[in-house]
Ligand binder design. Structure first.
Ligand SMILES: NC(=O)c1ccc[n+]([C@@H]2O[C@H](COP(=O)([O-])OP(=O)(O)OC[C@H]3O[C@@H](n4cnc5c(N)ncnc54)[C@H](O)[C@@H]3O)[C@@H](O)[C@H]2O)c1
Ligand SMILES: O=C(O)[C@H](O)COP(=O)(O)O
Length: 526
């Protein structure tokens, strides 16, 4: 019988499902070292946010087939490492949406009426009514940052409470925002105008310290900030200072840069601050939802069936998956690349399957392209199951064409996307069956493998330009791993593709575009 280790508190409904097919051991409160020491016996691991599944844990999990996250965020799991080791990582993308949204709304109302502080004072024997005069949310402006699943529900309820709605989400169409009654604005305007700012974004480099000393300084002194998304989105030291200086009126936090929350200055603030210990998903209903959702997937994978909500591989039968895997990787990589080149708000994606690739089932390849396209915005929340729905909700128009007659390599895939940075196309092929090569960018021929950090320029083909870019990057201590130029005619337009060892530091891209002859420059991380 396979063995499942459950290392966080999981609802009994999930344990009952697992017990039908496996021996289930519940051991909570393990450190990564303790987990690494015992994981080698187990076929599956079921967790919440309390367990850190590090590289060392995954390496030690010699028999691990699946890691099930009973919740949404998998930022506590080394997913790339699990993928490399062929371990399926599944989550429950929607099981706790309502719970998290309701927690944010409860925080907003509790903050407005000083519920937590007033409760403490009554229990301490006081009857102080004047000190706890609150404010109404009716007719106030709610600014939702991140209009995804949770943000959308918060917006819907906010509207029902009679609030005016602003939203900031660089990956949502204005049609979707309109449907939710939100005015889509930039972050600056949202922060300047909102009476309540509620954060619902994933944790990623772009959202790290999104709320910091500068952004707090532009908020209204009467504004209240709510974070039930992820720790790290707010600079907590800057927030504590802003609250002490009366720059904003209050804050309610459920998530922190370090959990459990240590010796934070936020703990010294009273009436205007509410702190909860990552309770967003902690409702009876959500815990049953996520536990059953993830336990069923673990059960299915242990029985050799596909998982419906895999973060790192599609929910396909193993035989089909084995054949398609290289094409899916090609499609996802090209989707990610063209999505970043086209910019955040992608309106359309065309996928052209050429040569042998056109003879395969195109649906998973299309889904992989969409997963790649959305992955920069949605991170682990987009998977092979929800990529099409997410694209539809974002109003992305998808077109597929096939041309089996083309006979280059063993087949190629061309993706074209139109977004806020314009229309861009990329073509890729598989060398030797599984090695990805990008063979074309915006119809300029190149031949480069995709790498973690890349820089693309569109420029005039003229002497000296490559040297200038090289020196400029050198002056910012950016190391170039490889470089290639593609052009159609001599001294016409050309593209330059550089692989760089680290992310491009801020500000360099605008310096590059100032170099004479450079028409445009883009940086992507894959
Ligand atoms: N407190 C809790 O217990 C709890 C429970 C569930 C989820 N969460 C967290 O809540 C957050 C939202 O979850 P969700 O299910 O709504 O996810 P989602 O993927 O449905 O929505 C996230 C939204 O953020 C947007 N976004 C991405 N980058 C952005 C940026 N730079 N600026 C503004 N918007 C950006 C995306 O376009 C997307 O619409 C996640 O961080 C999740 O981990 C917390
Ligand atoms: O990402 C999530 O699902 C939430 O942060 C909930 O985390 P939890 O399962 O530890 O409550």
């Amino acid at each position: 019988m396979p063995k499942v280790l459950v290392s966080d508190s999981i609802d009994q409904a999930g344990l009952d499902i697992l017990s039908q097919v496996a021996q289930v051991d519940v051991k909570t409160g393990l450190s990564p070292d303790e987990l690494a020491a015992i994981i080698s016996d187990y076929d599956a691991l079921m967790i919440r946010s309390g367990t850190r599944v590090t590289k060392a844990v995954i390496e030690a999990g010699k028999q691990l087939k699946i890691i099930g996250r009973a919740g949404v965020g998998v930022d506590n799991v080394d997913v790339p490492m699990a993928t490399r080791r062929g371990i399926v990582v599944v989550n429950s993308p929607e099981g706790n949406t309502i719970a998290a949204a309701e927690h944010a709304l409860a925080m907003m109302l509790a903050l407005s009426r000083h519920i937590a502080a007033a409760d403490q004072s009554v229990k301490a024997g006081q009857w102080n009514r004047k000190q706890f005069t609150g404010v109404e949310v009716y007719k106030k402006t709610l600014g939702v940052v991140g209009l995804g699943k949770i943000g959308s529900h918060v917006a819907n309820v906010g509207r029902a409470l009679g609030m005016n709605l602003l939203a900031y989400d660089p990956f949502i169409s204005s049609e979707r925002a309109d449907q939710l009654g939100c005015r889509l604005v930039d972050l600056d305007l949202l922060l300047r105008e909102a009476d309540y700012v509620s954060l619902h974004v994933p944790k990623m480099p772009e959202t790290m310290h999104l709320i910091n000393e500068q952004t707090l300084a532009i908020m209204k002194p009467t504004a209240r900030l709510i974070n039930c998304s992820r720790g790290g989105v707010i600079d907590e030291i800057a927030l504590a200072n802003a609250l002490k200086q009366g720059q904003i009126a209050g804050a309610a936090l459920d998530v922190y840069e370090e959990e459990p929350l240590g010796n934070s200055p936020l703990k010294q603030l009273d009436k205007n601050v509410i702190l909860t210990p990552h309770l967003g998903a902690s409702t009876e209903e959500a815990q049953v939802n996520v536990a059953t959702d993830v336990a069923e997937q673990i059960r299915d994978v242990l029985l050799g069936l596909p998982a419906r909500s895999a973060v790192n591989i599609p929910g396909l039968r193993a035989e089909v998956l084995d054949k398609l895997r290289p094409y899916l990787q090609l499609s996802e990589t090209l989707g990610n690349l063209v999505g970043q080149l086209a910019g955040g708000r992608v309106e359309s994606l065309s996928v052209r399957l050429q040569g042998d690739i056109a003879n395969h089932d195109s649906q998973p390849i299309m889904i992989a392209a969409l997963k790649g396209l959305l992955s920069h915005a949605l991170q682990e929340r987009v998977n092979y199951v929800n990529a099409s729905i997410e694209a539809k909700e974002r109003g992305i128009h998808v077109v597929e064409t096939r041309d089996a007659a083309v006979k280059d390599y063993t087949g190629s895939l061309q993706l074209m996307a139109k977004g806020s940075l314009g229309e861009h196309s990329v073509t890729g092929v598989l060398l030797g069956g599984d090695e990805i090569r990008i063979t074309d960018i915006d119809e300029f021929p190149i031949n480069v493998p995709p790498t973690r950090y890349m820089l693309f320029t569109l420029h005039r083909d003229m002497p000296g330009i490559i040297g200038k870019i090289g020196s400029l990057l050198g002056s910012f201590n950016v190391n170039i791993a490889s470089m290639q130029v593609g052009r159609k005619i001599v001294r016409g337009d050309a593209v330059m593709v550089l692989s760089i060892d680290d992310p491009l530091p801020e500000g360099i891209l605008s310096e590059i575009t100032k170099v004479p002859g450079i028409r445009d420059a883009y940086t992507v991380s894959l």
